[in-house]
Design a protein around this ligand. Structure first.
Ligand code: IPM
Ligand code: MG
Length: 364
């Protein structure tokens, strides 16, 4: 049966990087006859400009019918002064919520070829391989009430709410423990249980779910300490599980350990295993349109899609190997450039991955 993939390029560098990922998807169609069909839709600032909302109804319908979604990035300075309800980011949060994409997997893997690109000492980050499991549809990002209001004294105040229901914690815990089982069976749950009741409760439920996974070694860490430990000794971590906002912050930190946020893909999955795949870097408006953005995170997002949503791990691995080949050839976009390597443009990098996939003989 045809698998429908919805491409949402979005804003900033989104169109440039997804164009390279589409080259890979087309190669899968032509070289390996994979039965996939591509649809395209608008999200974010470009959707607002075209339709007045960041998540048009047509996009949501396409997303609901898709087997998997590939997203570039959303946002940019030209939309920052809009009402928060129609800002590009609302499009992204809206699609995550509407599709129930509660489990966000953010791997931070250091490619050995890029060890020098990290700002940390090579011995601290060599062979780094962490998986951050971020809760994505609850917590302070979505809880009500929220807003900006006038108090009785006439002063204005901004307020948000942090709620986690037991079922929300249980289902993300299950994903995290299962992920740990497939790796080194170590799970660190990150909270602020010393201050926030919602995360005191988080710790209680995670501890309870652990009983179903006796092989996994569970630890707990406060988020401030976790941020410090990520920079001090990141290799102590295998899988980390945390709330929506802490995961947002820690995943950027973990990403930078690997040298370039431009290298890292992510998967956001719902209870049916349907997923949206996106690079974890943003829309990078400062370099948009220059043809210098790194397309590898988006290409690696296609690999994650093949693995988690389309059940084609063999092709996922081929793409990951092809990325390794182009790095070994010394090709670098500007974000990962180092002396004695060759700086290339976004589309040259994409073409190189296509060439690597085309040239390898997979018959044996
Ligand atoms: C991310 C981003 C988003 C988030 C923004 C763009 C809404 O930072 O995916 O990490 O905060 O979740
Ligand atoms: Mg973020």
């Amino acid at each position: 049966m045809t698998q429908r993939i919805l491409i949402l390029a979005g804003d900033g560098i989104g169109p440039e990087i997804t164009a390279e990922a589409v080259k890979i998807l087309k190669l899968l169609q032509t070289r390996w006859n994979l039965d996939i069909a591509l649809d395209f839709g608008l999200i974010g600032g470009c959707a607002y400009d075209a339709t007045g909302v960041p998540l048009p109804k047509e996009t949501l319908e396409l997303a609901q019918h898709a087997d998997a979604i590939l997203l570039g990035a959303v946002g940019g300075p030209q939309w920052e002064s809009l009402d928060i309800k129609v800002r590009p980011e609302k499009g992204l949060l809206g699609i995550r919520s509407a599709l129930g994409l509660f489990a966000n997997l953010r791997p931070a893997i250091l490619y050995p070829q890029l060890a020098a690109a990290s700002t940390l000492k090579p011995e601290v980050v060599s062979n780094l391989d962490i998986m951050i499991v971020r809760e994505l549809t609850g917590g302070i990002y979505f809880s009500q009430p929220r807003g900006i209001r006038q108090t009785d004294t006439g002063e204005r105040e901004g307020f948000n709410t942090l709620v986690y229901r037991e079922s929300e914690i249980r289902r993300i815990a299950k994903v995290a423990f299962t992920t740990a089982m497939e790796r080194d069976s170590r799970l660190c749950s990150v909270d602020k249980a010393n201050v926030l009741e919602a995360t005191e409760f988080w710790r209680e439920i995670i501890t309870d779910v652990a009983k179903d996974f006796p092989k996994v070694k569970l630890s707990h860490m406060y988020v401030d300490n976790a941020a410090m430990q990520l920079v001090r000794n990141p290799k102590q971590f295998d899988v980390m599980v945390t709330t929506n906002m802490f995961g947002d912050i820690l995943s950027d930190c973990a990403a930078m350990l690997t040298g370039s946020i431009g290298m890292l893909p992510s998967a956001s999955l719902n209870e049916q295993g349907k997923g949206m795949y996106e690079p974890i870097h943003g829309s990078a408006p400062d370099i948009a349109g220059k043809g210098i953005a790194n397309p590898l995170a988006t290409i690696l997002s296609v690999a994650m899609m093949l693995r988690y949503s389309l059940d084609m791990p063999k092709y996922a691995q081929r793409i990951e190997e092809a990325v390794g080949i182009v790095l070994a050839q010394g090709l670098r976009t500007s974000d990962i450039y180092a002396p004695n390597t060759t700086e290339v443009s976004t589309d040259t990098m994409g073409d190189a991955v296509v060439a690597a996939l085309t040239n390898v003989d997979y018959s044996s």
